[in-house]
Design a binder for this molecule. Structure first.
Ligand code: NAD
Ligand code: UFG
Length: 338
């Protein structure tokens, strides 16, 4: 299939690009490079042995979308493009609604007009709000506690309405839990600008001496060691989940499907720190700091529906997540000194 990846130069998009090429798909990436760089395409070529076209453009630009659909015989879209920093979304809500919600609406209009009606959308476990039970299955009630989460919920609602309006649509909403880790090659991974918000890149930078110590946000949660518990999923497993979802919606009669992509296993912040130290033979100094606003104690998935309906199950454990994050950190350091 010929697949358009919006946000294809980003962290998750680039790993999915590599997985799709290995599965025999033909892809084109569309990205405004607001949180990525064009150099990732050379690294993807080194990984896959195939040059992958990157079209620089914005999903809010209807003309640019029409051109990419006109130039390439696109059959399906995987839609990663979006802004994703919770704190930033609180400070700049309009930017988030504009980029994420208006951007998605523009993309849907362009798709509909050129009769491309197969879509995989990057949603998030954030749509479950504060969990009322664990593990979280897809029937868990949804809510949002910040503008970023509300953009994901609004888009999910928009997709449900679009799917209900026309039975030809085949839409998969994938609710990611906590993607971490990097490609085995060490060539692509998560490289946030500025000080990382997320745990794993922060741990890597502390271990590398680029940051002094990790602040563990909260040591008094009702969890086994008092620190927050999350469902960390290796980005390569997540990527395989996209390939499986795309295959599944190509066969299903259902216009809309929703799947959790998680492992079902929760680990605490201190579990992550200890695993990273053990696997990589490094030290990660930390101190217990106050809780972070908006954080919840525990969040982990029931991945059963994805296993049953997609035949997909995460297979990589914590050690592989920690080892690949550290290899990528090394590669970044090398790239910066070359
Ligand atoms: P990322 O920032 O690395 O990738 C997003 C890409 O989209 C970037 O390359 C960016 O330049 C591009 N982009 C942003 N706005 C755009 C626009 N208007 N037009 C064109 N391109 C645009 O983020 P990621 O971690 O790869 O996340 C991908 C998707 O997955 C996002 O929608 C995010 O909300 C969702 N998600 C991520 C996580 C996570 O922890 N990483 C968790 C749940 C959901
Ligand atoms: N944490 C720390 N110190 C840090 C960073 C994080 O202790 O410096 C803790 C957090 O308090 C939390 C855990 O590490 O307990 C994970 O935090 P992340 O920021 O890595 O991830 P979140 O679970 O808060 O959120 C992530 C994405 C969201 C997404 C959500 C569910 O950032 O966008 O997973 O998919 F919605």
């Amino acid at each position: 299939m010929k697949i358009l990846l919006t946000g294809g130069a980003g962290y998750i998009g680039s790993h999915v690009a590599a997985a799709l090429v290995s599965s025999g798909h033909d892809i084109v990436c569309f990205d405004n490079l607001s949180n990525s760089e064009a150099g990732v395409m050379d690294r993807l070529e080194a990984i896959t042995g195939t040059p992958i076209p990157l079209v620089k453009g914005d999903i809010r630009d209807r003309d640019a979308l029409d051109k990419v659909f006109g130039d390439h015989a696109v059959e399906a879209v995987i839609h990663f493009a979006g802004l994703k920093a919770v704190g930033e979304s609180v400070a700049q809500p309009m930017r988030y609604y504009d980029n994420n919600v208006r951007g998605t609406l523009t993309l849907l209009e362009a798709m509909s007009d050129c009769d491309v009606k197969t879509l995989v959308f990057s949603s998030s476990a954030t749509v479950y709000g504060s969990p009322s039970y664990l593990p979280i299955d897809e029937e868990h009630p949804t809510s949002a506690t910040n503008p970023y989460g509300r953009t994901k919920l609004m888009i999910e609602e928009m997709l449900a309405d679009v799917a209900a309006s026309d039975p030809e649509w085949r839409i998969a909403t994938l609710r990611y839990f906590n993607p971490v880790g990097a490609h085995d090659s060490g060539l692509i991974g998560e490289n946030p600008n500025g000080v990382p918000n997320n745990l794993m890149p922060y741990i890597s930078r502390v271990a590398a001496g680029r940051l002094n110590e990790l602040s563990v946000f909260g040591g008094d949660y009702p969890t086994p060691d008092g620190t927050g518990v999350r469902d960390y999923i290796h980005v390569l497993d997540l990527a395989d989940g996209h390939v499986a979802a795309l295959d599944a919606i190509a066969k299903t009669e259902r216009p809309l499907s929703t799947w959790n992509l998680g492992t079902g296993q929760g680990y605490s912040v201190l579990d992550m720190v200890k695993a990273f130290e053990r696997v990589n033979g490094v030290r990660v100094p930390y101190r217990i700091a106050p809780r972070r606003d908006g954080d919840i104690a525990s969040c982990f998935a029931s991945p059963e529906r994805a296993e049953r309906e997609l035949g997909w199950k995460a297979s990589r454990g914590l050690d592989a997540m920690c080892a690949s994050s550290w290899s990528f950190e090394h590669m970044l350091a090398k790239r910066n000194t070359d």
